[in-house]
Write a protein of this length. Structure first.
Length: 259
C-alpha cells in the first residue's frame, strides 16, 4: 500500500514537472518578426536620445531572442554602439568582436572593425602610463587599413597613427631626459638612439638629436657633439641649432677652465 502511494506521488510530481516545462517553453517562444522590429525601433530611439543604459537592455534582449532573424546583426552592432557611445569601450569591443565572428558577411563588419580601433585609441592613456592599449590601437588600425585600403576612414586612420606614434615617441624621449637628470649620459644617448630608430617620423626626433648633442657636451666629448651637429644641421630648425651650439660652447668653457 505504501509502495503504491509512493509510486502515485512520484507520477504526480513527474506530471507537474512536465507540465511546468511545457508551459515554460510556450511562454518563452519567440515573438514574430514584427514584434522584433518594433522593439528594435524602440531601442534605436533610446540610443538617439542618449539613454544608453536602457538602450543596452533592449538591444541585449534582441541579441538573445532575435539573432536568427534579419535584424540579428543590427541588434548586435547597435548593442556595441550603446556601449561605445557611453564610453564603455572594453564592453563595446566585446560586442563588435561578437558581430565580426558571428556575422562575417554583415554590412556592419567594416564599421565594427573601425569602432574597435577607435575604442583602443580612446583607452590609450597619457604618455607617462603603460602604453599597451596604444600599441594595440596601432596594431588594429594597421590591420584595418590592410583589409580596407579604400575605406572612408583612411585619412582619419592615418592621422590617428601619427598621433599615437607621437605619443610613443614622446614617452621614449622622456626616458632620455630622465637619464640626463640622473646624469647617466651614456644611457640617455642609448634611449635617444632607440627613440630615433623607432619614431624618427615624430615631432620628438629633432629634440632627441639635440639631446644626444647635449649628452656628448656634458661628457666633454666636444668633437663628437660638433660632428653630430654638422650631420644633423639640415634637419634641425634654427632654434634647436642655437640650443645645440649653446651646449657645445658651454663644454668648451668647462674644458678651458679646467686647464
Amino acid at each position: 500500500m505504501v509502495r503504491f502511494r509512493l509510486i502515485k506521488l512520484f507520477c504526480h510530481i513527474f506530471t507537474l514537472f512536465v507540465l511546468a516545462w511545457i508551459i515554460g517553453c510556450a511562454g518563452s517562444s519567440p515573438k514574430d518578426d514584427r514584434d522584433f522590429e518594433s522593439q528594435f525601433k524602440k531601442a534605436k530611439t533610446l540610443l538617439e536620445k542618449k539613454k544608453y543604459i536602457r538602450a543596452q537592455e533592449e538591444f541585449h534582449l534582441l541579441v538573445l531572442k532575435a539573432s536568427h532573424t534579419d535584424i540579428g546583426d543590427d541588434a548586435l552592432f547597435y548593442l556595441g554602439e550603446s556601449y561605445f557611445l557611453n564610453k564603455e569601450y572594453p564592453l563595446a569591443i566585446s560586442q563588435y568582436d561578437r558581430l565580426i565572428r558571428k556575422f562575417e558577411f554583415s554590412p556592419y563588419v567594416e564599421q565594427a572593425r573601425w569602432r574597435i580601433c577607435e575604442s583602443y585609441v580612446s583607452e590609450s592613456p597619457n604618455y607617462y602610463h603603460d602604453q599597451g592599449n596604444t600599441n594595440k590601437a596601432l596594431e588594429k588600425i594597421q590591420e584595418f587599413l590592410d583589409d580596407y585600403p579604400s575605406t572612408e576612414y583612411r585619412d582619419e586612420a592615418q592621422n590617428t597613427i601619427l598621433g599615437l606614434r607621437a605619443k610613443l615617441g614622446m614617452k621614449m624621449y622622456e626616458v632620455g631626459v630622465l637619464y640626463i637628470k640622473l646624469r647617466a649620459f651614456d644611457s640617455a644617448i642609448i634611449a635617444f638612439d632607440n627613440m630615433l630608430d623607432n619614431y624618427y617620423d615624430t615631432p620628438y626626433a629633432e629634440l632627441a638629436h639635440v639631446g644626444i648633442i647635449r649628452c656628448h657636451s656634458e661628457m666633454l666629448e666636444v668633437e663628437k657633439a660638433q660632428e653630430y651637429l654638422e650631420l644633423k644641421k639640415d634637419i634641425l630648425n634654427v632654434e634647436l641649432q642655437t640650443e645645440a651650439e649653446r651646449y657645445i660652447a658651454k663644454a668648451h668653457k668647462r674644458i678651458e677652465k679646467a686647464k
